[in-house]
Design a protein around this ligand. Sequence first.
Ligand SMILES: NC(=O)c1ccc[n+]([C@@H]2O[C@H](COP(=O)([O-])OP(=O)(O)OC[C@H]3O[C@@H](n4cnc5c(N)ncnc54)[C@H](OP(=O)(O)O)[C@@H]3O)[C@@H](O)[C@H]2O)c1
Length: 276
Amino acid sequence: MKALILGGSGQLARSLLPLVEGAVLASRTSDSKLDLTNTELIYDRISRIAPDLIINASGMTGVDLCETNFREAYLLNALSVKEIARFCRNNKIRLIHFSTDYVFDGSEGSYREDSIPNPINYYGMSKLIGDAYALSYDGSVVIRTSGVFGLSRNFPILVLEKLKRNEQVNAMKGYYSPIFAGLLARSSVELIHSEWSGLLNIAGERITRRELAVRIAERFGLDKNLVNEKTEGLGFVAKRPFDSSLDSSLARRLLSIDFYSSEANIDEFYSYVNRK
Ligand SMILES: NC(=O)c1ccc[n+]([C@@H]2O[C@H](COP(=O)([O-])OP(=O)(O)OC[C@H]3O[C@@H](n4cnc5c(N)ncnc54)[C@H](OP(=O)(O)O)[C@@H]3O)[C@@H](O)[C@H]2O)c1
């Protein structure tokens, strides 16, 4: 089995690599020099690798970056998936693709697999189009997730860095369902080994960013009183959904791993930080 993981330097791709038997990474920086925004080259480049399974963990994930570089966001998050799905369909191999909670407008929260998307920023829109391309092929699994953290410099890492320096943390008001990248990778691998196809939510417990920061402070023995909640002055370009939390009850029934509780996610994060 040769599994091709796309999105080589990303936090999810790096977490998946040691868990997937026979996995090879392709990215802009690896030997393959695979730039997925060159959509006309994708099919041929993947054909040369000749994988039996593709896990697409690539993506333009900077929400503000997508808003200002919407051409690149469209090429990577939407059109590259069309080419990847076309290769998988023609070669009858499985495709694992990742979607986002940002396909929703955030007015309701606890979104299920059958909830109706309504993106309010370009990241969400470009990802939603990519989801549609992936799901147009019956042999694909689309894992919709939220707030993937641990390895990249995103909110939980910033919280930790700031609290360690005794600086104030400004948490954007609102809810999401953050999941540690390693737990998402392990859950995804369990799903790959099952018969599942189609869309599935795999994300953590619904929580505010403030509460997450407070729990991180408690777990790492840092000062939780430095955590504030803010709605304005955060300097974002793109709109953010207020409550983009996902309902992962279906995945919790299907999978044996506890990917859900914030306690499990923060514990994994704690172990990862202390192992580095
Ligand atoms: N991060 C989150 O909070 C979050 C939430 C919900 C869903 N997701 C989804 O989960 C997936 C993985 O996210 P992540 O957090 O692991 O993202 P990440 O750390 O930002 O990694 C994404 C990777 O995509 C690759 N990439 C970017 N532009 C590329 C290009 N032109 N050609 C080829 N590869 C390119 C990059 O790898 P190279 O530089 O090596 O090419 C990058 O490391 C994405 O589909 C994302 O939309 C993420």
